[in-house]
Write a protein that binds this ligand. Structure first.
Ligand code: C2E
Ligand code: CA
Ligand code: CA
Length: 682
């Protein structure tokens, strides 16, 4: 294979792959490397060609691999494990090396292929980081803490070092605690006396080192788990009054062990103190956008690292007087006392956005994050810590609603909307549990002769007190709360069953359309579910269309095309809903296997007011037809609109001028009558 072809194909095949690929010549020099090598080394492909592992990934790495290269040059396939630890990287790889025979390289060449198996290493480091969190926590406590294994000191905080009469941790690491503290019980070792203490009890001891303070120490004892094994934790304190003890515990309860920032409780307390002192302040509530993706795709240990990194960046890069809290999950709060000006708020949020948007280095690849921020001030946006936090959260939520990665300043009517959303969510949940939702059907007609040629299934919710609530209001609530999955499945089941019934009554003159929300579409189990439902109900898939909006289809190109093909393979038809309101790029229309295009209602309703709109509609119809798609116009409310559309060769019309959505039984009666009329006429 000529080198140009090799480069072309290999690059295509391995682009975006997390694996390392390289082709090396007989002197172990790179002929070609994959993108991953470029990312790891920070060099581009041309700079890497001609180099060896030792130039890029270190001598140790090369020395371990070189025998394998030689085996492969002798025609053997080999594989093994290798660690890359060059001070920058710390990963392990499972690799294979195989011969590459080609007339291009009569002297031979090899292919190297490696997969990062650092998961184990990641776990180990997660364990280590949990130990270090523990150490951090010990450092935050005002008491001395020592971790012991069989009486030997494994770690200690600085308070413990001082209380035991030393200056430096190294002086006591590895020492037997028996040598540093005198047991108060004659004839019994210190550890034995400690282990026999009842829970909550303390032992009063004297430090043995002459430099230690002569005042006795209170020692308490507990067992802890350490790097998988078990050990003991002792705390040392001056013979404190119980109130001091309480304070220590209280302090510990205010910090978050993962990030070292205030936790929700501690942050609220600080906020409360400032409010009590009538200190004006600004507070921002931030939530990392799509953080769940990191936890889901890379694991919680990586998620935790990102949270720690965020905390560090905020601490380093925000003004020293800011008070920071990690309120839980991916939520942080930033408080700036003595400030309420718009300018300062703007500067602070810009800084935060900048801090979060710097890439996060996650084991060989960079991840870019964004956050949504809600902003409040005191006085003005709440009387106490609870209401301020709540309102900042509401504003943050609004920022998410508006499309993420933005800042929203709180205002009072947001609360009303937030309450309304919550009410809708609770009521919708009840309706779903009690089968309180129905599916209605809106017939569609042939644009030329106005005969029914299909229908769209539309969900209906009749609230016991409020009456019918529009899907335009509750579908977004269902999407945000995750209820759309269940709702969507209920609708699908109902439609499949109805189709099956109309199929056997032989009354269905065309397809029934089901709306799919973007969330449903992004669920990888969607097609499995469709298939199961189809075989359970025996509904004919060629009588069912799924309607998707442009944004759902465009959100993730590769996933979308696979999903669309899978739905098509099951025999269903696909329609693009609300066409013209979403994306400007039209190339997807040709790429994706779509059968139908629905012109958005907005174009139709403007037809009579803006004559140019008719030209636009004509062009959309021609576009659809040229791509072999059937074109539907929705929202047709007048006879005039219908006849213009018929003249423009639109295929199908849906709208109140012909039919409104109706309950299943009514639609069924209409279908039966329709069928009779056709029979009578023929
Ligand atoms: P959509 O998919 O664009 O559905 C068409 C909407 O237009 C329906 O509103 C229908 O009642 C309305 N409509 C039809 N003809 C006319 C007309 O001549 N004039 C006017 N002004 N409106 C007309 P509906 O039922 O309120 O549904 C609103 C949206 O809620 C739907 O818009 C769809 O996006 C969503 N939706 C409805 N049912 C479902 C469902 O089962 N699943 C999902 N995911 N979304 C649904
Ligand atoms: Ca629709
Ligand atoms: Ca629509």
């Amino acid at each position: 294979m000529p080198i140009e072809q090799l480069t072309y194909w290999f690059s295509r095949l391995t682009q975006n792959s997390p694996f390392l690929f390289a082709v090396l010549d007989k002197s172990h020099r790179y002929l070609w490397v994959s993108q991953r090598y470029c990312e790891i080394s920070g060099l581009d492909h041309n700079e890497l060609v001609g180099k060896q592992d030792k130039d890029i990934l270190g001598t140790a790495f090369y020395d371990a691999l070189s025998p394998h290269y030689n085996h492969a040059l002798n025609g053997e396939n080999t594989e093994g494990e290798i660690v890359l630890n060059d001070g920058i990287h710390d990963s392990s790889f499972h690799f294979s090396v195989s011969p590459l025979t080609s007339s291009e390289w009569p002297e031979g060449a090899v292919i190297f292929h490696a997969a990062d198996t650092s998961e184990r290493q990641v776990l180990t480091s997660a364990l280590e980081s949990s130990e270090s969190r523990f150490t951090n926590l010990c450092q935050l406590v005002g008491e001395g803490c020592c971790v012991l294994d069989d009486g030997i000191i494994l770690s200690a905080n600085s308070h413990a070092v001082n209380l035991l009469g030393f200056d430096n941790l190294n002086e006591i690491l590895g020492e037997d605690i028996e040598n540093l503290l005198a047991s108060p019980i004659k004839g019994q070792s210190l550890v034995a006396s400690l282990t026999s203490l009842a829970s909550g009890q303390q032992l009063v001891c004297q430090a043995s080192n002459g430099n230690a303070d002569s005042k006795p120490l209170n020692i308490s004892y507990g067992s802890v788990s350490l790097l998988g094994g078990s050990g003991a934790l002792i705390t040392l304190s001056r013979t404190l009054a119980t109130t001091d003890h309480k304070q220590t515990i209280e302090k510990l309860a205010q910090f978050d062990a993962l990030t070292g920032l205030y936790n929700r409780h501690g942050f609220s307390r600080r906020l409360e103190q400032l409010i009590n002192g009538e200190t004006p302040l600004l507070m921002l509530y931030l939530d990392i956008d799509n953080f769940k993706n990191i936890n889901d795709s890379l694991g919680h240990h990586i998620g935790d690292r990102v949270l720690q990194e965020i905390a560090q960046r905020l601490r380093r890069q925000l003004p020293a007087e800011t008070i920071l809290g990690h309120l839980g999950g991916d939520e942080f709060a930033v408080l700036l006392p003595e400030q309420t000006g718009e300018g300062v708020a703007g500067e602070l949020t810009n800084k935060i956005v900048e801090v979060i948007s710097q890439p996060f280095d996650l084991y060989h690849f960079s991840k870019y994050l964004a956050c949504s921020i809600g902003s409040v001030k005191y006085p003005g946006d709440g009387k106490d810590a609870r209401s301020l936090l709540q309102n900042a959260d509401t504003a943050m939520y609004e920022a998410k609603e508006q499309g993420r990665n933005r800042v929203v300043t709180y205002n009072q009517h947001m609360n009303k909307e937030a309450r309304m959303r919550l009410w809708l969510e609770i009521e919708l949940q009840k309706a779903l549990q009690n089968n309180g939702l129905e599916v209605w059907y809106q017939p569609k007609v042939n644009a030329q002769d106005y005969t029914i040629n299909g229908a769209e299934a539309l969900v209906r919710w009749k609230h016991p007190v409020e009456g019918y609530i529009s899907p335009a209001r509750f579908i977004p609530v269902a999407e945000r709360s995750g209820m759309i999955e269940l709702l969507g499945r209920n609708v699908m089941r109902e439609v499949f069953q109805a189709v099956r019934r109309w199929q056997s009554l032989k009354v269905l003159p065309g397809r029934v359309a089901i709306n799919l929300s973007p969330q449903q579409f992004s669920n990888p189990n969607l097609t499995t579910h469709m298939k199961k439902l189809q075989s359970a109900t025996k509904a004919d898939p060629s009588l069912i269309t799924f309607e998707l909006t442009e944004s759902a289809v465009m959100s993730d190109g590769d996933h979308a095309i696979q999903m669309l093909n899978a739905i098509k393979d099951l025999g269903f038809a696909l329609s693009i809903d609300d066409f013209g309101t979403g994306y400007s790029s039209l190339s997807y229309l040709a790429k994706f296997p779509l059968d139908e295009l629905k012109i958005d209602r907005a174009f139709i309703s403007d037809m009579e007011t803006f004559p140019k709109q008719v030209t636009l509609i004509e062009n959309i119809i021609n576009l659809g037809r040229s791509l072999n798609m059937s074109v539907v116009a929705e929202g047709v409310e007048t006879g005039k609109q219908a006849s213009v559309l018929a003249n423009l060769k639109c295929d199908t019309i849906q709208g109140f001028h012909f039919y409104k959505p109706m309950p299943r039984a009514e639609f069924e009666a209409l279908l039966i009558n329709n069928r009779k009329a056709i029979k009578a006429a023929s």
